[in-house]
Design a protein around this ligand. Structure first.
Ligand code: G4P
Length: 287
């Protein structure tokens, strides 16, 4: 395990959210559409009970649209949950979110009785960007590094919705090694906390299996490399990431490859899909 990102204590944040949930009408949980499972905080889901819940699949512009559709279907199997893919950077994308808040809290949204919504999510999923776009001005600091916190605020959107910012920082589950690597590949984990070459190999292996055509096209490859190592060698040569001696510089290559992945230069890529429904095993009575 090469990811050295030790999430801080979040008991207090969860306690505050638990208190606040009672006073709000709808929770807006922001997830990264490329990895909706690994970018969620699973403890938060346990607090939900019957509260209307919107799962915003943000960074939709970077994710594979077919996979995002599958996630929407999966999430909406849960009662009281709606899922909405969007790009928080685009104002037009955020309008359906306001409508959805009003639909999910039908007795509110009138003058003097706004829908009280709360925005929650792990660092770097785009909460601040979403708040700023919804508010039409800069209310929350958009970080150039993951894990920048914002102070709690109450924001009247003047359209029948009042927003509560997350009261504290929620962290993802870093005990799941594959999930941690997917978070690292997505850019949710600062460069200091990971080994870029290993994360590059992890991403390369996944893309070779799941998005081979996009790799062939982006890097002008005649044939698909057999291993992630061979893939990065080919990418390094293509991008000119060479040492003084003309060898491929693996670390620089991995960093460049990850930058390309995160900017959707290779295409719109999703790093995880909803798991297939578990098969139902019927216990046969002993004959
Ligand atoms: P947070 O509050 O949840 O921690 O996330 P924040 O809004 O700070 O966003 C984290 C990064 O994700 C920012 O990039 C932001 O621009 C980017 N982002 C947010 N929403 C979207 C989206 O819908 N699509 C895409 N492609 N990117 C999104 P950054 O590089 O850290 O900052 P900046 O250079 O963009 O200012």
């Amino acid at each position: 395990m090469t990811i050295r990102w030790f999430p801080g204590h979040m008991g207090k944040a969860l306690e505050q959210i638990q208190d606040l949930i009672k006073k709000i009408d709808v929770v807006i949980e922001v997830l990264d559409a490329r990895l909706p499972y690994s970018s969620s905080n699973h403890k938060l889901t346990e607090l939900r009970r019957t509260k209307p819940w919107i799962k915003v699949l943000n960074k939709h512009d970077l994710a594979d649209p077919a996979v995002t559709k599958a996630w929407v279907r999966e999430f909406e199997l849960q009662a009281g949950v709606r899922a909405l893919p969007l790009s928080a950077k685009k104002h037009a994308d955020t309008k359906p979110l306001i409508r959805l808040c009003q639909v999910m809290a039908p007795r509110r949204g009138k003058p003097g009785l706004p829908v009280r919504a709360m925005i929650v999510g792990i660092p770097n999923v785009g909460k601040s960007t979403l708040i700023n776009t919804l508010a039409g001005k800069s209310m929350a600091k958009v970080g150039d590094k993951p894990a920048i916190t914002t102070t709690r605020q109450l924001i009247d959107l003047h359209n029948g919705v009042v927003l509560n910012d997350t009261p504290g920082v929620l962290w993802p589950d870093m005990s799941d090694q594959d999930g941690a690597y997917r978070l690292a590949a997505s850019g949710a984990i600062g460069a200091n906390a990971m080994d870029s070459t290993e994360v590059g190999f992890f991403a390369g292996e996944f893309l070779l299996r799941r998005y081979p055509d996009q790799l062939l096209k982006r890097y002008g490859l005649q044939a698909l490399p057999e291993t992630p190592h061979d893939l990065l060698l080919a990418v390094g040569r293509r991008l000119g990431c060479l040492t003084g001696g003309g060898e491929v510089d693996m670390n620089r290559t991995a960093e460049a490859f990850l930058r390309e992945l995160r900017a959707a230069k290779i295409g719109r890529i999703s790093l995880e899909e909803p798991s297939p429904a578990p098969s139902i095993v019927i216990d046969k009575p002993n004959s």
